[in-house]
Design a protein around this ligand. Structure first.
Ligand SMILES: Nc1nc2c(ncn2[C@@H]2O[C@H](COP(=O)(O)OP(=O)(O)O)[C@@H](O)[C@H]2O)c(=O)[nH]1
Ligand SMILES: Nc1ncnc2c1ncn2[C@@H]1O[C@H](COP(=O)(O)OP(=O)(O)O)[C@@H](O)[C@H]1O
Length: 185
C-alpha cells in the first residue's frame, strides 16, 4: 500500500534532516514541492524544491498551496504520484496548514508527524546562520503559528521531539514500525 509520511513543524525543528535520513536510510521518496523562495546555497533545484518565479509558480496545478513568510509554496498530485512511482513510502515536508489538508483529504494514506524541540531557543540557534530566510521565517506569523501543534492536528499527528539526534532516530523508527513503514535496506 502506498503511504505518505508528513513532516511538519516550525523552521529549524528538523523536518529536512529527518526527511533526508528517511531517504538515505529507508529509501523513502521525497515529494518535491514548489516555492518562490530563493534557493539556499546547498539546495538543488528539482531535488529540494522546484524553485519558481512568481509567474512560473502560477502555471502549476496544486493539490494545496500556502503563503509562508510572504513566499508561495505548493504541492501537486503529480508530485505525489511521481514519488509513489519510485517507492511505496513517500515523505513530504509541509507547514501545519498543508499537513491538515493532506490529513483531511487522504486520511487512509497519510501518517503525520509534528516535529518540535523542548525550547524555542533551540530553533533560533539552528536557523540564525541560515543564509536565506534565517530567523525571519521563524519570526513570521506562520513560523510563530507552527511553534505549537494546531488544535485540529492534535488527534491526527504524532509528536516527535527532535532535541538529541540519536534519540530522535529511535523515536522515529518506533513511529515507522508502529505504522508498518519500516523496511530496512
Ligand atoms: N503547505 C505547504 N507547505 C510547504 C510546501 N513546501 C514547503 N512547505 C513548508 O513551508 C515552510 C517553509 O519552508 P522552507 O522555506 O523550506 O523553510 P524551513 O521550514 O525554514 O526549512 C515549511 O514549513 C515547509 O514545510 C508545500 O508544498 N505546501
Ligand atoms: N537533533 C538535532 N541536533 C542538532 N542539530 C540539528 C538536529 N536536527 C536538525 N539539526 C540542524 O538544525 C538545522 C535545521 O534543521 P532542518 O532539518 O533544516 O530544519 P527544518 O527543515 O525544520 O527547517 C540544520 O542545520 C540541521 O542540521
Amino acid at each position: 500500500m502506498k503511504r505518505l509520511l508528513i513532516l511538519c513543524g516550525a523552521p529549524g525543528s528538523g523536518k529536512t534532516r529527518i526527511s533526508n535520513y528517511l531517504q538515505q536510510q529507508y529509501k523513502f521518496s521525497r515529494v518535491i514541492t514548489h516555492t518562490t523562495r530563493p534557493a539556499r546555497p546547498a539546495e538543488v533545484a528539482g531535488q529540494d524544491y522546484y524553485f519558481e518565479s512568481e509567474l512560473s509558480f502560477k502555471k502549476h496545478h496544486y493539490f494545496e498551496r500556502v503563503v509562508y513568510d510572504q513566499y508561495h509554496y505548493g504541492s501537486s498530485r503529480a508530485g505525489l504520484e511521481q514519488a509513489w512511482n519510485k517507492s511505496d513510502n513517500a515523505v513530504i515536508v509541509l507547514d501545519t496548514k498543508g499537513a491538515l489538508t493532506y490529513c483531511q483529504q487522504l486520511p487512509e494514506q497519510t501518517i503525520c508527524c509534528y516535529i518540535t524541540v523542548s525550547t524555542p531557543q533551540i530553533l533560533l540557534q539552528r536557523v540564525e546562520h541560515r543564509e536565506v530566510t534565517g530567523k525571519k521565517h521563524l519570526q513570521s506569523q506562520e513560523g510563530q503559528r507552527d511553534l505549537q501543534i494546531p488544535v485540529e492536528l492534535k488527534d491526527k499527528c504524532q509528536v516527535l521531539i527532535n532535541d538529541e539526534w540519536q534519540q530522535t532516530v529511535k523515536n522515529l523508527e518506533r513511529v515507522l514500525k508502529r505504522n508498518g513503514l519500516l523496511s530496512e535496506v
